[in-house]
Design a protein around this ligand. Structure first.
Ligand SMILES: C[S@@+](CC[C@H](N)C(=O)[O-])C[C@H]1O[C@@H](n2cnc3c(N)ncnc32)[C@H](O)[C@@H]1O
Length: 426
């Protein structure tokens, strides 16, 4: 690996991935192939079970439960694991033991089945790449499998004990489509709530999705490279999830900020008071230059009467109110809450975090929707709306170009291009 090296992490038993040279924003730091993947149930029949692309599909005639875009993809998966699963699949998924599982456990059971079906040799290097990962904190019991393993039960259990704190959600345009085992990325990257890198997935013919880890900003030699294990906007609950699922406590600067705040105050229940909170957030953002790393500062430098904006219920309220109004209005509500959510994201997430870009694109589309829907004819108002649309689109593009093309072929960068053209002609 020319870009990173594994070093012992000071003060803990784990390792850390450290940059060996300057890694400029947007560069692919590491490509990590999948060892096994499983599509989410809602994606079944919509995407190819091997390459995850959305194409015309044909069904496996044996089990009628796996879909492929080509003979190549079908052959690849048949050789990997499907030949051992196909015949028993219907019986397996209708079994009492499988049906009794919660939906996330069903995903794990399928992924584990896809993984173990591949192996006969316990000493296969690819298995060692999984068993050398850190196990999760909780005692686990094995889920039922779709085939009888040809490796020992203790090895299967050993593999499964790595699932909860190492596997990844495979996503396209930030929307989850499957789960995957990516041993190289798991071995390398620790978590930070202010990460300097993010994972994206490349989909190509006859291959399982490949994870690429991209630098979100310029990374200096010697700096640790971290990924977000979960959405950093879960400011109140994330520490508990780290403890229960991953067995660690996060000490990043953002978590230090939250710890110093103590208890994030509840936002006011009344809609008018919430609007007022959002208005004060806007004033604060207009008056205070911020670099997207606000949560790495001392909370004493942050207005205490604004802290309720970090309450998860306020973030959810802002997101839902924006979403509900962004297509058909009322547009003034969508603009107000869309802008507030943009401010919140800039405060919580590190620079160039893709959620910021995706939100700015949604906001730009909302301004455009309002132009189209309202046929604004008072020249001044329309110009102002167009200006907002252009400005958000520009910032969305700057942000999302860092992560670059990922997932399905269409997507935010294409949407930006289309909207740019429409705006030019408007
Ligand atoms: C995907 S693995 C990371 C692999 C790790 N670099 C190694 O040495 O193999 C996840 C595990 O790394 C540890 N870890 C990751 N990020 C951490 C952090 N910010 N603080 C403490 N432990 C962390 C936890 O034990 C977690 O369960």
């Amino acid at each position: 690996m020319a870009s990173v090296q594994l070093e012992p992490h000071t003060g803990s038993g784990r390792s850390q991935a450290v940059a060996r040279k300057v890694l400029p924003a947007g560069c692919v730091i590491v490509s990590s192939p999948a060892l096994a993947t499983a599509l989410l149930p809602q994606e079944k029949g919509k995407r190819c079970d091997t390459c995850y692309r959305i194409l015309p599909l044909h069904r496996c005639t044996g089990c009628a439960a796996y879909w492929y875009c080509s003979t190549d993809c079908q052959t690849t998966q048949w050789q990997l694991h499907h030949k051992r699963i196909c015949k028993r699949f219907a019986q397996y998924t209708s079994s009492v033991a499988f049906q009794a599982l919660a939906s996330h456990e069903k995903m794990d059971a399928l992924l584990l089945s896809h993984l173990v079906a591949q192996f006969t040799d316990a000493n296969d290097d690819r298995l060692t790449h999984v068993t050398c990962l850190l196990p999760g904190p909780a005692e686990i019991s094995l889920p039922p499998l779709a085939c009888s393993p040809r490796i020992s039960d203790s090895l299967v259990k050993d593999l499964y004990s790595r699932f909860g704190n190492n596997n990844f959600v495979i996503h396209s345009h930030l929307s989850g489509v499957g789960h995957g085992v990516f041993p190289l990325a798991s071995r390398l990257f620790n978590h930070s709530c202010l990460p300097n890198a993010a994972a994206k997935y490349r989909l190509s013919a006859s291959n399982m999705p490949i994870m690429e880890v991209v630098a979100l900003r310029d990374i200096s030699p010697g700096e640790e490279i971290c990924l977000p294990y979960l959405d950093p906007a879960l400011l109140q609950t994330r520490q508990q999830i780290f403890r229960l699922t991953y067995g660690f406590e996060c000490h990043c600067l953002s978590c230090l900020f939250v710890e110093r705040v103590g208890r994030i105050p509840e936002p006011p229940p009344d809609e008018r008071d919430r609007k007022d909170l959002a208005r004060r957030l806007k004033q604060f953002m207009e008056a205070t230059p911020h670099d997207g790393l606000t949560l790495s500062n001392d909370p004493a430098s942050f207005p205490s009467d604004l802290l309720a904006i970090f309450h998860e219920s306020f973030i959810t309220y802002a997101a839902e109110t924006f979403r509900n109004a962004s297509h058909d209005g009322p547009y003034s509500t969508a603009f107000d809450w869309g802008e507030s959510l943009g401010h919140l994201y800039r405060l919580i997430y590190p620079p160039n975090y893709p959620q910021i870009g995706m939100h700015l694109l949604e906001l730009a589309k909302t301004y455009w929707n309002s132009i189209v829907a309202q046929h604004l004819d008072s020249g001044g108002e329309e110009n102002e709306v167009k200006q907002h649309c252009r400005s958000h689109l520009k910032h969305a593009k700057e942000n999302l170009q860092i992560l670059g093309a990922e997932g399905d072929d269409d997507g935010p960068l294409i949407e930006i291009q289309t909207l740019e053209t429409l705006l030019q002609d408007a």
